[in-house]
Design a protein around this ligand. Structure first.
Ligand code: SAM
Length: 261
């Protein structure tokens, strides 16, 4: 196309994704803020508020990177616990919460562990960092109350495998939530967004992270990702029920969700 899309072979894709995140790990959080003008924080807040976390929950955040989603889940659970104290819900307070952060890239996880230590999240053992591939998870069947993946599924080699693994590890009644850059449908806004992502983002990557190509690749991967409707049907095909999605900022990002029944 006019944007110079390349056909990327599967092995090359996996390797490229590995390189991208090894190269960007240290600049990752800064770049997120710059590229989204801070909006990714609100999008992650929205994801977690839809999840509605509860004390004692077993949750898996896949492609969890430097921990942004997991930290929000823990903060949300801590708020529920504080309300629990007021109401004297002893059982809620005693349930053992486990939030697993799974990522294929140890550099991203290491940055996350450092951040967790600084935030004081490592003390009670509720946060567990696991190196692993979303396409073949090391967790047992029917063990998780919730599963989130934020800005992660777009870059995997086989989306279907990720979805079927999500379905496998969730308990019945467990919820799947995916936050991902998606497709803008509104004319004019779409053209402006294309201009921004194809010219501003790669330049920003070059200036801030010294790596134009990685950011060029990330932008192209957004265009290759299935549309909201198509992705929703893939989630349903993996066995999820009540599949729905919410567009944020006109579809710049979408939150898809489903339940394992
Ligand atoms: N969820 C975090 C956030 O929103 O800030 C990180 C998102 S980051 C854009 C994408 C992450 O996906 C990277 O940390 C990368 O290492 C991870 N990743 C890519 N392919 C993966 C795979 N097959 N399995 C697990 N993680 C993967």
């Amino acid at each position: 196309t006019s944007f110079g899309f390349k056909e990327v072979k599967e092995e090359e894709k996996a390797e490229m994704v590995g390189n991208v995140f090894s190269n960007v790990a240290s600049n990752y959080d800064l770049m997120n803020d710059l590229m989204s003008a801070g909006l990714h924080r609100l999008w992650k807040d929205r994801l977690v508020s839809k999840l509605n976390p509860f004390p004692g929950m077993k949750h898996l955040d896949v492609a969890g990177g430097t921990g942004d989603v997991a930290f929000r889940i823990l903060e949300s659970i801590n708020r529920v616990k504080q309300r629990g104290i007021k109401r004297d819900f002893e059982d809620i307070l005693e349930a053992e919460t486990k939030i697993y952060v799974c990522d294929i890239n140890p550099n991203m996880l290491n940055v996350g562990k450092q951040r967790a230590l600084q935030k004081g999240f490592m003390e009670d053992g509720s946060l567990v960092w696991v190196e692993g591939n979303a396409e073949s998870l090391s967790f047992q069947n029917d063990t998780m109350d919730g599963y989130t993946i934020a800005f992660g599924i777009r870059n995997v080699t086989h989306i279907e495998k990720v979805l079927s693994e999500a379905h496998r590890v969730l308990k019945r009644g467990g919820r799947f939530l995916c936050l991902e850059l998606s497709h803008v449908g509104i004319p004019i806004f779409k053209e402006l967004y294309d201009l921004y992502s194809f010219s501003v983002i790669p330049s920003m990557g070059e200036m801030v992270a010294g790596d134009r190509e990685s950011y060029q690749y990330l932008v192209e991967s957004i265009r290759r990702f299935p549309t909201q409707e198509k992705f929703a049907s893939m989630i349903a095909d993996a066995g999820f029920q009540k599949v729905e999605y919410e567009n944020l900022v006109g579809g710049v990002v979408a939150i898809h969700s489903g339940v394992k029944i």
